[in-house]
Design a protein around this ligand. Structure first.
Ligand SMILES: Nc1nc2c(ncn2[C@@H]2O[C@H](COP(=O)(O)OP(=O)(O)OP(=O)(O)O)[C@@H](O)[C@H]2O)c(=O)[nH]1
Ligand SMILES: [Mg+2]
Length: 403
């Protein structure tokens, strides 16, 4: 498929079509021509103004579609399709198409379905307004409206059904999450702009091949959160990979993906992964932080992980705490581990205990729930050296021999 890309740039705005090109690539669409229009404000009925529409029309040869780097209103889509005579679509639709192609699990599929319906519903109503404007009191009007009303009802019904199904799937996952919480293992979540290297970093922490997740040079390679057991300085932890964010993420998607991102809300620590080889990486940081804020994630500690240093000259970004890594070359991972450990395990202390054999269950408990540094079977008791929080060790304080 071949496409023409169109973008409007407002005064003093620094924009480029690079990201829309990458979105096209992820959708297997070839970019044939690009038009950039400088304007004071967008045109309500044609987005770019009638003159520019005609200019584009003159350049249409065998392309299949025209893609606008923004979310068009239903009226604009209709007007532009009428004039240009080929498929007109927008950035939001493109993102939805990518998510559609990538969704593998039931949950991801339902989320996309919901996002699609949410995108379509106002469009149908917009089309209805458009029709009633155009056709006044003619007989056509009634029929058009009736059809739209039927479509609207059908979509609303499907939306309700999909939401219900999603709620059930989410409930199952919540139970899993609760079980994990009972285990009291710290949860670390990877967040960040799409293609920044979250999945690559996750894989760098996973020792076994069968644990590895998909990492790919493509926007939105990951759609479903995946959680793996890892160890940080021998402490067992859970690491969660999440869907990447993008500038101007369609709000239907944020809404639909809210449940997936619940995992982020419950994490004890966030690793905010940044592709430092991107010139506009600061904008990516801000986008990610905005999405996090909109999810209500405000107090969770964050480590800024500047990735892909193998591609770059040195940078000194302002955020703290931060580390510089190359997930691909596994460089800087020790520093990252130290930083994680510093935040998650700062109130852990070393305790030495002597547990009499008759209280063997205390030994079993500590052995399973704490980081055991060393243990020995002595004549009258079991000696155990553990790293634990004061709170955890408090019930067994009578056994402490050294702290
Ligand atoms: N040069 C270089 N490339 C990297 C590095 N880390 C990741 N990449 C590449 O960047 C691309 C994206 O990596 P992913 O790990 O899939 O990125 P992601 O953040 O999970 O992306 P989404 O799942 O789409 O949000 C892949 O082609 C990786 O090989 C790095 O340290 N250096
Ligand atoms: Mg990924």
């Amino acid at each position: 498929m071949k496409a023409i890309l169109v973008q409007v740039q407002f005064q003093n705005e620094e924009k480029s079509l690079v990201e829309l090109e990458a979105l096209c690539q992820a959708c297997h669409i070839d970019v044939d021509q690009e038009f950039i229009q400088k304007r004071e404000k967008i045109d309500v009925s044609t987005y770019i103004g009638k003159g520019k529409v005609q200019e584009i029309k003159r350049n249409i040869t065998d392309q299949d579609m025209i893609i606008f780097d923004d979310e068009l209103s239903p009226l604009q889509i209709r007007n532009l399709t009428d004039i240009l005579g080929i498929e007109v679509t927008d950035r939001t639709d493109l993102i939805l198409r990518i998510f559609d192609q990538r969704a593998k699990t039931k949950e991801a599929k339902l989320q996309i379905e919901i996002a699609r319906y949410l995108y379509l519903l106002p469009r149908l109503i917009g089309m209805q307004e458009h029709l009633s404007h155009q056709q006044g009191g003619s007989g056509f009007r009634g029929r058009g409206e009736k059809q739209i009303e039927l479509d609207r009802r059908l979509i609303s019904r499907k939306l309700t059904k999909a939401k219900k199904e999603l709620a059930n799937t989410v409930k199952q996952r919540q139970t899993q999450r609760q079980r994990r919480k009972q285990n009291d293992m710290p949860v670390i979540a990877l967040v960040g702009y799409t293609n920044s290297g979250k999945s690559t970093l996750m894989n760098a922490f996973c020792l076994e091949d069968k644990q590895k997740v998909l990492q790919q040079d493509m926007l939105f390679a990951t759609l479903q959160t995946a959680t793996r057991h890892i160890s940080i300085h021998h402490h067992p932890c859970l690491l969660t990979d999440t869907v990447g964010f993008i500038d101007r993420l369609p709000h239907h998607l944020v809404q639909a993906f809210r449940s997936t991102l619940e995992e982020v809300k419950e994490a004890d620590l966030l690793l905010h992964v940044i592709d430092i080889s991107q010139p506009n990486y600061m904008q990516h940081i801000n986008t990610t932080n905005e999405v996090l804020r909109s999810l209500g994630v405000v107090d969770t500690p964050v480590i800024y992980v500047y990735n892909k240093i193998d591609l770059n000259r040195v940078w000194f970004p302002p955020q703290e705490p931060c580390v510089y890594i190359s997930a691909k070359d596994k460089k800087g991972l020790d520093e990252l581990e130290n930083e994680i450990s510093h935040i998650l395990f700062k109130d852990y202390e070393v305790y030495e205990l002597n547990i009499p054999y008759e209280d063997g269950e205390v030994f079993n408990y500590l052995h399973h729930h704490c980081l055991v540094v060393e243990f020995k079977y002595l004549q009258e008791s079991i000696y155990i050296k553990v790293e634990a929080k004061r709170k955890e060790i408090q019930p067994y304080r009578q056994y402490i021999s050294k702290h």
